[in-house]
Design a protein around this ligand. Structure first.
Ligand code: ATP
Ligand code: MG
Length: 465
């Protein structure tokens, strides 16, 4: 590994703020206040200058004076908020105009304050506005998923090791490459790394490298200017820019084309991006976490993945073990999913028998935790309460090192009727056992109605006392 490969991304700050005021003193004071509090500050003396700075820098928050020479504050505000993904704007005024304040807020400003500026008020308002930005992302993110990263379940030694690594690595800005089979929780871990880092309040931006066609990845990641290509009807900020100060999650990174890899590598090396069709270079500060279910090292050997990018991404490797190697986690996972999924459906939580859990533990789970989760969801909807072995699909029960399916050897001399009786008896007994003696469930599985099963049990002498 080269020395460059282990270097971490640029220094961290809490966000970049553009201060727009024609008074030099105000710009100086605000710069001092914000820089001291860990923000990056850009400034502009006029509205025209402000719009230009916005076009070529990643800005998270704008502080905008109402009364500016030339283009006035409200006109500037109107232009800013008209843009998609516009940063929030806080208005400043020397004239304490309530009328203008109301108008500005109606037009989309998030807050308003008067000169002389009060340091604490300014900082609180800025922090709130920036947090809103993070919250907006998290809200739209939340729609796509159930549960939080903190719900990583598993006390098995393998998972405890994963957790201790997350705790160590999360607070650093180090790049992490998460590997593991499909459904092992790579995305969940990536989110946990973000949520336990100093960047937690900034966006976590996920890029599914496999889902973006090669020719679009550049515009997705870096954005484009209006008219940069056919279909680019509006300026669009790229995902890298959106992730500024936060975390960029390159999911399925192994599926990225070589051309896209070259572009991503360049952005990671320089910390700079260029929107497609723009000459301007934007500085971005993102922490990159990547994940793949492929053997990237092998892809490097075969020339399918760039070695330099591999070393850059793989500063800290984090490997997630497949579920079949941590069967001890299954009861806790099942219990967690039963509770979470029942709550999301507004259903009563069901119980599950130990026998059924044993079967789940014995299965090899090729789809890992995702498959287990889907199974629990299905059992919650279709299974009985408690969920019993008989509720489990045959494919799953088959993988159990269970007693071999019986073809009872009929002793010579038995009539066909007697052989059938032996087979029936054994089959019914087994089904009942799988259903923990629940006759209704067993009847369902046997394709009989309840009364008929009772009659059968009676005729076979199986009725319980
Ligand atoms: N340890 C865990 N505790 C609780 N839920 C988990 C755990 N690991 C994974 N899950 C859940 O399993 C599902 C799959 O996880 P995730 O999407 O993170 O997997 P992945 O490794 O990214 O899969 P793929 O490679 O297919 O993208 C999600 O619903 C996730 O919440
Ligand atoms: Mg995933």
């Amino acid at each position: 590994m080269t020395a460059e490969a282990v270097s971490t991304p640029a220094r961290e700050h809490r966000g970049s703020i553009l201060v727009v005021d024609d008074e030099k003193n105000i710009r100086r004071i605000l710069r001092m206040i914000f820089e001291e509090d860990g923000y990056e500050v850009l400034d502009a003396a006029t509205g025209e200058e402000a719009l230009e700075r916005l076009a070529r820098s990643a800005v998270h928050l704008v502080l905008l004076d109402l009364f500016l020479p030339g283009m006035n504050g409200l006109d500037v505000l109107k232009q800013i908020v008209a843009e998609p993904d516009a940063p929030p704007v806080i208005m400043i005024s020397g004239h304490a105009g309530v009328r203008e304040a109301v108008q500005a807020v109606r037009m989309g400003a998030v807050d308003f304050f008067e000169k002389p500026l009060d340091r604490d008020r300014v900082l609180i308002s800025a922090a709130n506005a920036l947090e809103m930005r993070g919250l907006r992302w998290r809200l739209s993110e939340a729609e796509h998923r159930l549960g939080k990263a903190d719900d990583i379940i598993g006390g098995s030694p393998a998972m405890r090791e994963v957790w201790s690594k997350i705790e160590k690595v999360a607070p650093t800005a180090a790049r992490v490459l998460i590997t593991g089979e499909s459904g092992t929780g790579k995305e969940l871990v990536a989110r946990a790394l973000h949520e336990h880092s100093a960047r937690a309040k900034a966006p976590f931006v996920k890029v599914n490298c496999a889902a973006i066609p090669g020719e679009l990845i550049e515009s997705e990641l870096f954005g484009h200017e209006k008219g940069a290509f056919t279909g680019a009807v509006q300026r669009k900020r790229g995902l890298m820019e959106a992730a500024h100060c936060g975390t960029l999650f390159l999911d399925e990174v192994g599926d990225m084309s070589l051309a896209a890899q070259a572009k991503v590598l360049r952005a990671l090396q320089t910390g700079e991006v260029q929107r497609v069709g723009s000459e301007q270079v934007l500085h971005v500060d993102v922490r990159v976490i990547a994940a793949t279910n492929r053997d990237l090292a092998a892809d490097v050997t075969h020339g399918r993945f760039r070695e330099d990018l591999y070393f850059r991404l793989n500063v800290v490797p984090l490997e997630l073990p497949p579920l079949r190697e941590r069967g001890d986690d299954i009861p806790a996972l099942v219990s967690h999913f039963l509770t979470a999924i029942a709550a999301s459906y507004n259903m009563k939580r069901k119980a599950i028998t130990d026998d059924a859990l044993e079967v789940l533990k014995g299965y090899h789970w090729p789809g890992n935790i995702r498959e287990l989760r889907n199974m629990v969801e299905r059992l919650l909807i279709l299974g009985g309460d408690p969920i019993v072995t008989g509720d489990l699909p045959p494919s799953l029960r088959a993988s159990r090192p269970a007693p071999a399916p019986s073809t009872p050897s009929a002793p010579d001399g038995l009539s066909l009727r007697e052989v059938l009786r032996v087979v029936e008896t054994e089959y019914i007994q087994r089904t009942l056992k799988n259903c923990d003696g629940n006759v209704t469930r067993a009847a369902e599985l046997l394709g009989l109605d309840r009364t008929n099963l009772h009659k059968k049990l009676k005729s076979l002498g199986l009725e319980r006392g």
